[in-house]
Design a protein around this ligand. Structure first.
Ligand SMILES: [Zn+2]
Length: 307
């Protein structure tokens, strides 16, 4: 199981990561700068009437760093407007030198594979306390993520052999030709050309592992003497559960400060590029957690069975 190996932060700690906030990055195109630009629509972590917390970017040398500011943290610096991010309409602003990267160049950098991504913040929950907490992502978080990346390589090989197909979907994303469609499927302008490109490594690991477990559940049920039709029905529901799970577990899932949670993809019927995204901890007991989704589905099934 992924949980036991701690690919989403160590269990048993006081604060449990429920999600991670990532920013895609591009290099500044000013030849005398070249700093990494974290692309963020905005910097709000919590934007509620009674709780205002933000990620404050500051420059050290040629590097953009962050700290958490606002209610319960360091004071929000005067003049800082968290609503103003570093990117708007694909035009990016370098926080180190102040120069901008035009939309066409931003797209080109993505298509040429010169864009990256950076984990910027961790959303935490403490079972003994109310509400969400935040901290800046650190080396340990990246180390854990790196372990998940390594495990992904191994798991892909194992499942390729076991399933006889490519475990990470390599089918192309829609090209979005026609009126409005290009915008709706704008991921294509940024080199996210296959469905597999819509997930980070840890999300891929989580997804293929859950698929494997769902498939295994069917065989186990049959082995244990359940009727085949019954086993098939259960696995069908688990498959539907997986579909919802995948909509949370992708790099087009938005982090929302007004709800302090990660919003799944398809709240709009589109595959639109997202500069910064929220990565769910599937075991974080918060929105996007596998069991939370399953409990919801079970309630629907039970209720509908009463009719
Ligand atoms: Zn710059």
């Amino acid at each position: 199981m992924i949980e036991k190996k701690g690919y989403f932060g160590e269990s048993g700690e006081e604060y449990i990561p429920v999600g991670y906030i990532w920013a895609r990055t591009i290099p500044c195109q000013n030849p005398s700068c070249g700093a990494e630009i974290p692309l963020m629509r905005q910097f709000w972590l919590a934007k509620k009437s009674n709780k205002k917390v933000a990620l404050y970017p500051y420059v050290e040398g040629k590097e953009v760093k962050f700290k958490v500011v606002g209610d319960g943290y360091e004071d929000m610096p005067a003049g800082f407007d968290p609503s103003k991010g570093t990117v708007k309409g694909a035009i990016a602003t370098c926080l180190v030198c102040g120069s901008t990267v035009d939309a066409k160049t931003t797209r080109r950098l993505f298509q040429e594979g010169k864009a990256g991504e950076r984990m910027v913040a961790v959303v935490l929950h403490n079972p003994k306390k109310k509400g969400k907490f935040y901290r800046v992502a650190n080396g340990k978080d990246m180390e854990v993520f790196g372990q998940a990346e390594e495990e992904l390589e191994r798991k892909v090989e194992e499942l390729r052999e076991k399933w006889g197909i490519e475990p990470i979907p390599d089918e192309p994303t829609p090209e979005g030709k026609g009126k409005g469609a290009e915008r709706a499927f704008s991921v294509r302008n940024y080199g996210l050309d296959t469905w597999g490109d819509l997930f980070n490594s840890r999300q891929k690991l989580a997804l293929i592992t859950f698929v494997d477990k769902v498939r295994e559940a069917y065989h186990r049920m049959v082995e244990e003497g359940y009727e085949e039709e019954y086993a098939r029905a259960v696995v069908t529901y688990l498959g539907l559960n997986f579909d919802i799970f995948a909509t949370y577990n992708c790099s087009l899932a938005r982090y929302r400060g007004d709800t302090e949670s990660i919003e799944r993809i398809f709240d709009r019927q589109a595959l639109q590029m997202l500069w910064d995204y929220g990565e769910v901890n599937p075991f974080g007991k918060s929105r996007g957690d596998w069991l939370e989704i399953l409990n919801f589905s079970v309630r629907v099934i039970e209720n509908n069975s009463k009719i």
